[in-house]
Ligand binder design. Sequence first.
Ligand SMILES: Nc1ncnc2c1ncn2[C@@H]1O[C@H](COP(=O)(O)OP(=O)(O)O)[C@@H](O)[C@H]1O
Ligand SMILES: [Mg+2]
Length: 645
Amino acid sequence: MLLIECKNINRYFGEGANRVHVLKNINLAIRKGDFVAIIGQSGSGKSTLMSILGLLDTPSDGTYAIAGVETSHMSADDLAAMRRKRFGFIFQRYNLLGSLSARDNVALPAVYAGIPHDERCRRADKLLGRLGLAGKEHNKPNELSGGQQQRVSIARALMNGGEIIFADEPTGALDSGSGENVMAIIRSLHQDGHTVIMVTHDPNIAAQANRVIEIKDGEIIADRSKTQDIAPSNVQSIQEKHGWAFYKDQLQEACSMSVQAIVAHKMRSLLTMLGIIIGIAAVVSVVALGKGTQQKILADISAMGTNTISIYPGKGFGDRTRHRIRTLTVADSRAIAGLSYVESTTPLSSGSGTLTFRNTDLSAGVYGVGAQYFQVRGLKLDRGRLFDEQEVRDNAQVVVIDRNTLRKLFPEGTDPLGKTVLFRKRPLTVIGIVKDGNSPFGPSDNLQLWTPYTTLMNQISGAKYISNITVKVKDNVNSQVAEKGINELLLSRHGTQDFFMNNSDSIKQTVESTTGTMRLLIASIALISLIVGGIGVMNIMLVSVTERTREIGVRMAIGARQRNILQQFLIEAVLLCLIGGVVGVLLSFALGVVFNSLVSDFSMLFSMASIIGAVLCSTAIGVLFGYMPAKNASKLNPIDALARD
Ligand SMILES: Nc1ncnc2c1ncn2[C@@H]1O[C@H](COP(=O)(O)OP(=O)(O)O)[C@@H](O)[C@H]1O
Ligand SMILES: [Mg+2]
């Protein structure tokens, strides 16, 4: 029976003037079970012919059928399937994959054929044992001698059945002892019914075959057979398995091979990841920092009093005449306090002047406020007491001071409570000390003192108008609605809009949106660094593909589909980026721990969203920047890939 049939095959290389005619009108038929040696001088076209017979290369013209099936119209994947199911290759330079153990090298064709893991390992071990390599299953190729490596590659050729064995100078790189050993194995394969097609330049080796075809300058010049009786062959090609388990297994295999490739080039992998690590760490840290800052500012605003509305004279904060505008009065404050949805109001009047205690003179501002003021503004008492409504009504000559005043005005060790200070020569008794406020703008150096507004206005400054009314709205009332009501009330009292308000909710919103914008801005800068990192990954993957072209060629020769190659390089890129992403997130956590232990004022807040985002982002970068190199790899021509060093 005819297994291989070539008609009028020509092969040219190069274009135009450089075109060389390497194979000239080859007509060849090989029967199943035969042992054929192709012999000729170096450069005569033997390897080219064998590559065409092995479906690693395509003829420029002519037809080639295997078991009656014409091959010229087959797709790359159909050709791969043919190689995988029926062919086994033995190369002069073994072509084992350096990062895989002997067993994994042997089992590789079965991975692409969908044979389950346990089954293919068993089969690989059996083949290795049969070829005298028991105990070497876990050795890497560089831990084996040349003869041993060639036997591993023979085992690989037999893995999927190896109905047709192609051997190109199988003994070319071996010493004579190992060479004879390999030839003995090849002869026994022939006896077992494998069809063997062997290329050699050595007549002694060719003599061991049944049929010797001599080729010279691309033409067959002699064809002799020892015998025409060929024992019927019963070598079967394997049954491929498909289905869900098959895809899962291939994915798993691609993952583990990617890990091996990454581990095999530790330094390069690390440098590749560095871009991603820095990018992801930057994004996550910046977002966490922004969130922490925002949280801090919002907390400060709430401490200042929630649901409060401040009313000022003038048209707005930019109004330069507003300090001269006299319009708000204590009566306004009382009227507002009468509204049903207002919890309390407190007027504020301020005055500045000299503050004296014993021999110390300081210039200071004193706020005249209502008893509710401290609560509305979120000021906390440190020692002593605050003044009450009664004292406000009575123009009591009392004052509450802050810690700045305490430090600057009183000598160390003096208890200020009960002491009398002079403000504009009027005596005021210190009754309480307030804790350092948490102003969103940081601690201030100002001295702050609070006395009842009645005391300040009636006894000290003589002012008739106040500079601000702070309104605390009841908790369940919408502050916008309250603002409108107060506005109407004041308009009816004043006749014109000679005042303006601002409410703490709108400050909060402004802060939220400002820090949000800042965060977006910084995060987008960090995103650019991520893209740069991604381009780094692409670069390395392109280098990696070029560097491993030969490996890709070997994989294709033993039957990898384009999809398998694409998948493997893509997984490698994604894995690199993912590891980079995870390391980046961890780095950012570490940064957070250090930062939070050094800075007590506010902390970095990590959100789940930013971490998930970072991981998704690095995966996307892997896919995006890994696809092009992976696609390039999968589109390589097997023979070109194999020929590359
Ligand atoms: N890819 C190629 N491009 C150009 N010329 C090639 C290519 N492959 C082989 N050749 C040429 O074809 C001729 C036969 O090569 P080859 O089949 O490898 O010879 P052999 O295996 O008999 O030594 C040589 O002259 C070689 O230079
Ligand atoms: Mg050759």
